[in-house]
Design a protein around this ligand. Sequence first.
Ligand code: PXP
Length: 236
Amino acid sequence: MLLGVNIDHIATLRNARGGIEPSVIKGAEIAEENGATSITTHLREDRRHIKDEDVYTLINSIKTKLNLEMAMADDIQKIALDIKPHSICLVPEKRQEITTEGGLDVAGQFNKVTEFIKPLLDAGIIVSLFIDPDEEQVKASAKTGAQFIEMHTGAYAECFGYKEEEEEFQKLKKSAELAQSLGLKVNAGHGLNYENVHRMHEIEGLYELNIGHSIISRAVFTGLPEAVKKMKDLIK
Ligand code: PXP
């Protein structure tokens, strides 16, 4: 199973001060040096973390693959067609949400999704659809021409350790099986962390996991001892 590292929250931290630190480019480089097989980043319509200049710089510095998460917005489609990332992942987006709350309703907006991804596919960009683990959504996704789905693991992650965990996990397992039987490749992500990620191994054939928040959160604490010691040395 491959690991795509989502670096959006390095940009969240950078933007808190409006400067250039911490660098998303450096973050991507460190992720790649340590086993990331792709770098994922979400260019949101409100540009709350990753900004246009970040994706233009990342596309030239990334050594693995850039996976660009994006909503069905014409200006972002234009950027995707301009930079030509290895893949895009189509996500729903609401301005007020803290993070991507649910999967894309491919079944309910089949024509819109199919038309939106066509120029991206024609440009040779791999297309993935971020959907809830739901039979109707999987079947609709398979008919759009997209090569991948990314299953939203948020519901599973939220009830991990509670009685609903098994039910949510089985939805992921069944959806992955169905998607693969329909010729789709399957990624998964959202809310995966150091406690709940191990069950992804029980899902046969999962291609790549896209993980961000838990990795960046852990990095703060695994990196803090060295950072404090270094400053203490300097001011001695
Ligand atoms: N996959 C998709 C499509 C997402 O929107 C996100 C969050 O930006 C992730 C994966 C990563 O989620 P998390 O930050 O919770 O690991």
